[in-house]
Design a protein around this ligand. Structure first.
Ligand SMILES: Cc1ncc(C[n+]2csc(CCOP(=O)(O)OP(=O)(O)O)c2C)c(N)n1
Length: 642
């Protein structure tokens, strides 16, 4: 699988000599630039070894090693500021800003984060994880420095994928208007997670063959043909120098129109020329500048270069073969896979079904759908807000859009869900993946707010499956429902139940009683149902007889069944992989209050407290957040003792 010049593997066998001498960028600045190629190899080796062990974002980090060295060499960090967009490409930055010795703890519980964190290092200027924020933040920082009379430089580093997010353009627009100093580095590797999509990406592409250029060329040829002599000469020049025509048209024009000085495109893996360009920009620029840098995603590790999408973010892998270490072949399918298969299956039968992703085709399980129904599949780029309103438009014309977005990224589109979908009661299905804690990516990525931010929206139905089989039935129920529906499911493997071949509709707003009992009613939602059933087994041994109801619908709640069992047991314990405020437990409290039962029934809610959870394995976080099996047992016992 590896190509003969797989670079980093050679580097990895080299002795690590230079990196240990760098405890801060000041050490880097004291070195001759001639050591940079070897240093870049050492850094790549360190990144590959650590990600192979811990998992993480490999290809994005390998692509910016030289750029990182050049930035810290030229700019006076941490006084000058570097803001990494998304922040998933900042491992080299971490390695040379004093975190080399802790780097082996990357993404581990209580170890260093996979993203920039202000409380981890003064070199981390701005916390990130969601895309397209870097130019806005940098502009704010630059303006603040101006108002405080400080002269430091501010540099945003943003990928071509992240540049597709609307916020990036909102910021460019204001930056051009304010005309203050700001340096934007466009790290263009032609990739988002998968190949970048959209008109902007073809505009940036150095292999541009866009229709606009072709049309321009044709029209120019026609025009010049009218002038004998001079016209012919020019025509020949244009024909011969197609590259310069493209250079004339792309890609600087776009940024120049936004009043940025455009520099580039420049090669991104030659540190010395990067340094020279950045020094010029640092010393001579006046007003906003965009430096267009061309990099190779996965640079230096053959499997990642060959398949940058698969090596964008991954779990532990074998360095020699590049093969990802799978838990076991017998592991149940993930919720994501079941979603992808179910939606493809349903779309076979109903041509109105269309699927939408915001740059997460593989992540949301839509690869199969995209191949089977290319015309009914839309990757809109990193543009969650647009994805939702686009779906609303499709729905007004009688189509049945399924918008698959991770819970954390859907936070971006709350207004679009309210204003464009729910207000008009449009039949859009939101397939919300990664609901609940996601693990190693940490607080920027935990999907622990969705039940709260969706519950208050009129017309919206919310479901959460207890297992992968129920997910299938919920999707079948959601599609065709005459209004918006959100189906929220967690990251990772299902519980291993059999998948029914026949899909059935779950009666609207109905819960299911899983276990009858007289002492306490446990109401777990989604992925908390099985831990609750296990907890009940434990409680039984302690002489406690607990009832368990799977609500299935978070909204509307099955108030008849729930109040009946609340009254029978006199105690209600809710459990959710969501924040406590405004979540499922709050819904149960509100329902009991409406039925005037709060004086008669004791209620306790298990869910995340009012603070952000760190990164770490999901199971560790369930424990930390007190929503795991033992927390359920303890809470039930405490309620019985009261
Ligand atoms: C709002 C938002 N949506 C989706 C993502 C998931 N995501 C992380 S990185 C990435 C691709 C970024 O592409 P680019 O900016 O070109 O950086 P590259 O990885 O190619 O270096 C996506 C879609 C995100 N971080 N934030």
């Amino acid at each position: 699988m590896l190509s003969p010049d797989s670079g980093p593997l050679d580097n990895m066998n080299d002795t690590i000599e230079i990196l240990p001498q760098i405890n801060s960028p000041a050490d880097l600045r004291a070195m001759p630039m001639s050591v940079f190629p070897k240093l870049a190899g050492e850094i790549r080796g360190e990144i590959i070894r650590t990600v192979a062990e811990n998992g993480g974002h490999l290809a994005p980090c390998l692509g910016v090693v030289e750029l990182t060295l050049a930035l810290h060499y030229v700019f006076d960090t941490p006084d000058d500021k570097i803001i990494w967009d998304v922040g998933h490409q900042a491992y080299a930055h971490k390695l040379i800003t004093g975190r080399r010795e802790r780097f082996h703890t990357l993404r581990q519980y209580e170890g260093i984060s996979g993203f920039p964190k202000r409380d981890e290092s003064p070199y981390d200027t701005f916390d990130t994880g969601h895309s397209s924020t870097s130019i806005s933040a940098s502009l704010g920082i630059s303006l603040a420095k101006y108002l405080k009379g400080e002269k430091n430089r501010v540099v945003a580093v943003i990928g071509d994928g992240s540049m597709t997010g609307g916020m990036a353009f909102e910021a460019l627009n204001q930056a051009g208007h304010l005309n203050r100093d700001l340096i934007v580095i466009l790290n263009d590797n032609e990739m988002s997670i998968s190949p970048n999509v959209g008109a902007l990406s073809s505009f940036l592409s150095r292999k541009m063959t866009g229709r606009a250029v072709m049309r321009f060329k044709k029209e120019m040829e026609q025009f010049l043909k009218n002038f004998s002599g001079v016209g012919e000469n020019l025509l020949n020049i244009i024909r011969k120098s197609e590259e310069s025509l493209k250079g004339f048209l792309t890609p600087g024009m776009l940024f120049e129109a936004l009043k940025f000085e455009y520099v580039g495109p420049i090669p991104g893996h030659q540190t010395e020329s990067l340094v020279e360009t950045l020094q010029n920009v640092r010393d001579y620029s006046d007003g906003p500048v965009l430096v267009h840098v061309l990099t190779t995603k996965g640079k230096g590790y053959a499997p990642a270069e060959e398949n940058p999408g698969a090596y964008h973010g991954l779990g532990p892998f074998d360095i020699k073969t590049g093969a990802v270490k799978k838990p076991s072949s017998a592991a149940p399918p993930t919720y994501t896979e079941v979603f992808g298969d179910t939606i493809t299956h349903l779309a076979e039968k109903d041509p109105r079904i269309v699927a939408i992703t915001a740059a997460m085709t593989a992540g949301t399980g839509l690869t199969r759908f995209s191949r089977r129904f290319p015309e009914r599949f839309f990757d809109v780029g990193i543009a969650e807000q647009h994805a939702v309103t686009f779906a609303a438009g499709l729905a007004t014309e009688g189509l049945l859009p399924v918008v698959a977005i991770y819970s954390t990224f859907l936070q971006r589109a709350i207004d679009q869900i309210i204003h464009d979908v729910c207000l008009q009661n449009l039949p859009v299905v939101f397939a919300i993946d990664r609901g609940g804690v996601v693990g190693d990516d940490g607080p920027t990525h935990h999907g622990v707010f969705d039940l709260s931010f969706l519950r208050f929206i009129p017309n919206l139905t919310i479901m959460a499956p207890k297992d992968e089989n129920e997910l299938q039935h919920m999707l079948h129920t959601a599609i065709g429902h005459p209004g918006p529906v959100a189906v929220r499911y967690p990251r990772g493997s299902g519980v291993g139940v059999e998948l029914s071949s026949e899909l059935r509709k779950i009666p609207y707003g109905s819960a299911e009683i899983l276990r009858e009992g007289s002492d306490i009613l446990i109401l777990p939602v989604g992925n908390r149902v099985y831990p609750a059933l296990d907890a009940v087994e434990g409680l039984k041994k302690m002489g406690v007889d607990a009832a368990v109801i799977n609500p299935r619908y978070v909204k509307p709640l099955d108030s008849k069944l729930l109040t009946e069992w609340a009254a029978k047991t006199g105690r209600v314990l809710t459990v959710e992989d969501n924040c406590r405020k405004g979540g499922f437990g709050s819904a149960v409290l509100e329902m009991l209050a409406r039925h005037d039962m709060l004086g008669k029934v004791r209620v306790k809610n298990l869910g995340y407290q009012d603070r952000f959870l760190p990164h770490g394995p999901q199971e560790t976080l369930f424990k930390l957040g007190k929503v795991d099996q033992s927390a359920i047992v303890n809470a039930a016992l405490a309620m019985l003792e009261e």
